[in-house]
Design a protein around this ligand. Structure first.
Ligand code: AR6
Length: 168
């Protein structure tokens, strides 16, 4: 992927972002959950879940695989699309880093295909999926270099996560 994206790091709530694409740290069911996923569905309203259900009834009958990405409406959010991706659950015995990088690459590729100029990412896998924040930050930063959009904004929920991502 080639590009000269501006990369921003902010502390905040991803559901408040005014960007073309908001990335959801979803699970393979695509039918909602806690964390970012819960917040996106709560604030974005029922249209997002309706599209997710339609995806499950069609091409994604078996769910969305870890590392893959799919787009729906953003409902009532101030964005055009939500791109749902499934981060890997942290494992101390198996290196799943490539799957976490895939989440970022596939979300970016889909955003570019949609014609999006700006995209906001949460710290995928670092909550309920327990990935160590410093390591997730390193992978996410590396995977969004040369992104094919104008703006990549990492929206971090707390100061500690922000510092891990924004550290030079
Ligand atoms: N805005 C920005 N960041 C947030 C927000 C928010 N509104 N809410 C939480 N975070 P998580 P995961 C941070 O658990 O680890 C769901 O149940 C949070 O502090 O949302 O990929 C899904 O359905 C953490 O730093 O995602 C899956 O089952 C980061 O976002 C599972 O959780 C990611 O935390 C996915 O787990």
């Amino acid at each position: 992927m080639e590009g000269v994206a501006t990369i921003e790091y902010v502390v905040g709530d991803i559901t408040e972002q005014e960007v073309d694409v908001i990335v959801n740290a979803a699970n393979s069911s695509l039918l909602g959950g806690g964390g970012v996923d819960g917040a996106i569905h709560r604030k974005g309203g029922p249209d997002i879940l309706a599209e997710c259900r339609a995806l499950r009834a069609g091409h994604y009958g078996g769910g969305l695989k870890t590392g893959q990405a799919v787009a729906t409406t953003a409902g009532r959010l101030r964005a055009r699309w939500v791109v749902h991706t499934v981060g890997p659950v942290w494992s101390a015995t198996e290196d799943r880093s490539a799957l976490l990088a895939d989440c970022h690459h596939n979300a970016l590729r889909l955003a570019a295909e949609l014609g999006a100029g700006s995209i906001a990412f949460p710290a995928i896998s670092t909550g309920i999926y327990r990935w160590p924040v410093e390591d997730a930050a390193r992978i996410a930063r590396e995977a969004t270099k040369n992104a094919p959009v104008d703006l990549v904004r990492f929206v971090l929920f707390d100061q500690r996560t922000y510092e891990a991502f924004a550290r030079p």
